[in-house]
Design a protein around this ligand. Structure first.
Ligand SMILES: [Zn+2]
Ligand SMILES: [Zn+2]
Length: 278
């Protein structure tokens, strides 16, 4: 059909199916978390009501992206997969699969950092990247709310480059796609989940708080999966200063509570002593 092979169509449908299932699962999960009071302790910032007009716009954009962009782009990239001999549906050894995914994470993070940083150039920002930043307080599904050019250049290209370079099989590519989407939905969720694998290795990974800061303050923190480029280029200075201030506020509050408690118990002791003397 229109010069596109059946294999390319099947691949496009497969990628979109994984994409859609991951999107629906994490959107439902984080919307549920938003309604559960016990999850409030994991919120990065206080709960906010999203602008319904923005939600409507985002849903329209995301549906269009799922129906058109994701399967078509996958189908268009498929000939490169064929050229690289990646069309086999087979699982390599666990070691090979893990190293290919780790390699793809490094490639994705590097490309994403630089493309994202370029998109913040004033000449490009208002035309391409501003749409994604309309969400100052992000929600999980807003991860995919972006201009089609940004979606292609900043999201799809960095995610496909690593697998193409390391000849990843389609099965491993499906796992990689799921992991990449999971990370991005979580980093836009507004929650820091202590048992999430994306929060385990905080010395090398960014965690959800970093990308949340990027949306709320629009200052630095351009990386996706790792902290490296932001650290190396010094673009995490504002985030670090913000974290330090937040910690100082927390410590101050804790100290204040501690002081109030001890002065209250001192008053109780004094009253008890007064009563005894009377
Ligand atoms: Zn940005
Ligand atoms: Zn974002």
């Amino acid at each position: 059909m229109f010069g596109i092979s059946q294999e390319a169509i099947d691949f496009g449908v497969k990628v979109e199916t994984i994409h859609a299932i991951t999107f629906v699962f994490f959107t439902a999960l984080f919307l549920a978390f938003d309604k559960i009071p016990a999850m409030d302790k994991y919120r990065i910032r206080p709960k906010v009501k999203q602008d319904p007009k923005l939600t409507q716009l985002a849903i329209k954009n995301i549906v269009m992206s799922h129906v058109l962009a994701v399967p078509y782009l996958a189908g268009l990239v498929f000939p490169i997969f064929q050229w690289r001999g990646m069309t086999q549906n087979s699982m390599p050894s666990l070691m090979v699969a893990v190293s290919q995914i780790f390699f793809s994470m490094l490639v994705e993070d590097t490309l994403f950092y630089w493309i994202h940083r370029i998109l913040h150039h004033p000449r490009l920002y208002k035309h391409l990247h501003k749409q994604h930043h309309l969400y100052i307080n992000t929600v999980s599904y807003a991860a995919e709310f972006s201009h089609p050019i940004e979606q292609t250049v900043s999201n799809v290209f960095p995610s496909y480059a690593g697998p193409i370079l390391c000849n990843m099989s389609i099965d491993v590519f499906c796992i990689w796609t799921f992991l990449r989407l999971w990370e991005t939905f979580e980093s836009h969720s507004g929650f820091v989940l202590p048992y999430s694998p994306w929060e385990f290795f905080l010395s090398v990974q960014g965690g959800a708080a970093r990308h949340d800061f990027h949306h709320s303050h629009n200052k630095g923190s351009f990386g996706s999966l790792f902290k490296f480029w932001d650290w190396f280029m010094g673009t995490d200075a504002d985030f670090k200063a913000f974290q330090k201030l937040q910690q100082q506020k927390k410590d101050h509050q804790a100290q204040h509570q501690e002081d109030s408690k001890s002065s209250l118990s001192q008053d109780v002791d004094d009253n008890a002593a007064d009563n005894k003397n009377e």
